[in-house]
Ligand binder design. Sequence first.
Ligand code: MN
Ligand code: ZN
Length: 510
Amino acid sequence: MKISVIQKQIQALPADALIVNWFEGAMTPTGAAGAVDSALGATDGIPGDGMLSRLIKLGDFKGKHNEVAVLYTNGLIPSPRVILVGLGSKDKLTPDRVRQASGTAVRKARDLGCKHVTSVVHGGGIGGLDVRIAAQATIEGAVMGAYQFREYKSGANGKAIDELTLVEFNPARQQAVRSGAQDGEIIAQGVNTARTLINRAPNHLTPALLADAAREISTASGLTATILDEVGIAQLKMGGIMAVAQGSASRPRFVVLDSAPDNKTPPLVLVGKGVTFDSGGISLKDPAGMESMKADMGGAAAVLGAMQAIGQLHLPQRVIALLPMVENMPSGRSFRPGDVVTMMSGLKVEIISTDAEGRMILADALHYAQRYQPRAVVDLATLTGACVVALGEGVAAGLFSNDDAFAMQLLKSAAAAGERLWQLPMFPEYGEKIKSDVADIKNSTGRTAGIGTSAWFLKRFIETEQGKDAFPWAHIDMAPMMFNTENKGYQLHGAMGFGVRTLVELARVC
Ligand code: MN
Ligand code: ZN
């Protein structure tokens, strides 16, 4: 979808559909909706007399958030259709409501077979949002909403919008609209990259293929990539990664992306769990729904989508991504419950469950992060079923941190990006619970406290040899945020692409 911005009266533009909006409770159209209404009037040019006004007066359209109506213009203006989308009540307007409404309208246009669509900037007029933010949110919603995953669909390509024109009539706002639209497109494409990687089938996305995708992203976005295979991983003595990988015929990778290798200031480091398929290993999962475990690389996908955007936005900060990639399979070579694994840091871990594999690979990556003396580190992982139970599927991701100021910065970044994090505690008792009878720590504690103990396990690997935390760190357990079960706003049935927008926002402010 090609995106452009022009300064024009929207009603004068040729397109397959014009998208305008309406606030719940409004009776007379203003701004672009007012101009379209007048152009579609029974009496030429009298405000409040057009087709939009009549629809509202009849009560057929209320302007509720994400409500949609299609009007056919009978040759009164060049575009044959007007798509009216509700923004909800004016005092509840947020950038995320703009994203949702824009996604809803664009999906409607796509489903009608429109190829060229023209849209106003939602929320930047009487909505009162900063126009740059409104333009960014409008384009983010449109690009995320128009996303489709068709890699395995035979036959025709299906419906797709080729061109989206964003219209702003006020010349003084052109620069802000252009810059917001440009950033919005880059960020939404990062989300869509993450979605595609997650949606891809696990036989088409082994660790080696995920590493190839990381290299392509880095080349296209001006990043440097270093990819270690199992020989390099063994040389670093990354025992956690090697233990999980040893049961699979698909060999592991460890990928490092760097946005500014010549910048010697302390970097922000992003770590993403890249388990391309998690069968549970010898501690085999229930077969029901196991196909969703192709999304167990969702943390790595979020970091890759964010790095793509960070590179393309030319952010001045140095951001480094560390991505351990493995497949967790049962076989005659698998690691097993009872094994003791020596991690890269030297800590010895007793394996209780081979299904608690994510923390094993993240632990080595977090220890590896210490060499950069980072100013902060965030890891993202689809880590525990316990987090899904605690927060609810599709509701929020869990946040853990050793640093209140950094946790606050992440919560603010997530709120600005329209993603939801909920902070959970790091009580020291969780550290007691992971002590092992035979080794230093164990990788699972059974049925209770599963989220706190998993976070505390990771914390042990950000510690220096003296037992001090090496850097401000946050862990995001995004297991609840893998898939959507329906189309709603810019969210589509399939991979959510959660985390990309929060990480880009963090990289902008951190
Ligand atoms: Mn697992
Ligand atoms: Zn897993």
